[in-house]
Design a protein around this ligand. Structure first.
Ligand code: NAD
Ligand code: DAU
Length: 336
């Protein structure tokens, strides 16, 4: 089986490629990635020499290039991770977000339709449901009410992918996962930013009152869910993937401070994110019932593994924080 994985040099995509090559000896992977600031081939050092792995640098939103790639590689299935994934960046600069997340998904769907792939798996997010009022948890039929350009572009691409199933009978599946954490996470998102700042004795910027709630999912649990849906999910269906652990942001940051042995005084309050969703909460009952998947990693163990990884990989952190990232961070966050 030959899989085209998009965005395989990013945080979750690289974990998925590593998992797939380790656990499915009959699988060959072509990784299509543009290597934006978030894409890093160091994340794939463990598989770079595998005869079953091939890297192709390219843009999913370049339609003719994508069509040619499908003609050359003839993938059996597509697992689509590539995206501009950061909400704050999507607020500051929505253009590449809409282009990659919506138009890029369209280019892949067209190529998949023309070349008749056996499965197109679209990796999406719980953010498409928007903020969810207590006591509800979103199931897959919950209304879509995205708040940011990022989540709206993901909701649009979910609907476009599902329309290719309805209209062209393309065997599409969609997963909507909650907040991931783990090794190789780019240090602009809450958990890796707070860990790397704490390790450097820098302040930890909490948006607003810090009482926003997120459901945390260890990255390998997410990757096993994607694999389960690829192998056992029904075409045309959406599956939520949650970690079954909802925590307020301040509580997550306190646990990071405890795990790194740093004082609470490092926490500072900064201006809130515009349109900030208050609470994400979802049920993964459908996925568990249909595929037998369940999240395996307890949060405190996953967090200490993640902290240890950042302590042991300061070189990786230093390299990803240099260059274009430094420019972005200093322009938008310096002095907070
Ligand atoms: P990431 O930002 O770490 O990686 C994104 C990857 O996509 C990078 O390797 C980047 O180079 C590549 N990419 C970006 N634009 C591209 C383009 N135009 N063409 C080709 N490649 C391009 O993202 P992530 O956190 O690993 O997220 C992966 C997917 O999972 C995304 O679709 C995201 O919406 C979804 N998701 C993420 C989370 C999370 O908590 N991080 C949760 C649920 C769903
Ligand atoms: O829910 C799934 C989504 O989770 C994914 O679709 C996105 O790709 C991923 O980036 C993530 O989005 P969030 O906006 O929830 O993640 P982020 O890590 O940016 O923020 C988590 C929470 O922490 C959110 O309430 C904002 C807050 N926050 C974030 C940062 C970066 C802070 O308080 N301070 C910060 O510096």
């Amino acid at each position: 089986m030959k899989l085209l994985v998009t965005g395989g040099a990013g945080f979750i995509g690289s974990a998925f490629v590593r998992l797939l090559l380790a656990e499915r000896p009959d699988c060959h992977v072509v990784n299509l990635d543009k290597l934006t600031y978030a894409g890093n081939l160091e994340n794939l050092a463990a598989v770079a020499d595998s005869p079953r792995y091939r890297f192709v640098k390219g843009d999913i939103a370049d339609g003719p290039f994508v069509m040619d790639l499908f003609a050359q590689q003839k993938p059996d299935a597509v697992v689509h991770f590539a995206a501009e994934s950061h909400v704050d960046r999507s607020i500051l600069s929505p253009d590449p977000v809409v282009r990659t997340n919506f138009y890029g998904t369209f280019c892949l769907l067209e190529a998949a339709r023309v070349h008749g792939v056996a499965r197109f798996h679209h990796v999406s997010t719980d953010e498409v449901y928007g903020s969810i009022e207590e006591p509800h948890d979103a199931d897959e039929n919950y209304p879509l009410k995205p708040s940011s350009p990022y989540s709206a572009s993901k909701a649009g691409s979910d609907l476009l992918a599902l329309s290719y199933h309805t209209t062209y009978k393309l065997p599409v599946t969609v997963t909507r996962a909650s907040n991931n954490y783990g090794p190789y996470h780019f240090p602009e998102k809450l958990i890796p930013l707070m860990i790397s700042n704490a390790l450097e004795d820098k302040s930890l910027p909490i948006y607003g009152d810090g009482k926003q709630v997120r459901d945390w999912l260890y990255v390998d649990d997410h990757c096993r869910a994607v694999l389960a849906v690829l192998e056992k999910g029904r075409a045309g269906e959406v599956y939520n993937v949650g970690g079954s652990l909802a925590l307020e942001n301040v509580e997550v940051v306190r646990r990071i401070l405890r795990a790194t042995g740093k004082p609470d005084s490092l926490m500072i309050t900064v201006t809130d994110r515009p349109g900030h969703d208050r609470r994400y909460a979802l049920t993964s009952d459908k996925l568990e019932r249909e595929t037998g998947w369940a999240p395996l990693m307890p949060f405190d163990e996953g967090l200490s593994r993640t902290v240890r990884w950042y302590q042991e990989n300061t070189g990786w952190v230093g390299r990803v924080k240099s260059g274009a990232y430094r420019e972005y961070y200093e322009k938008n966050y310096a002095g907070r």
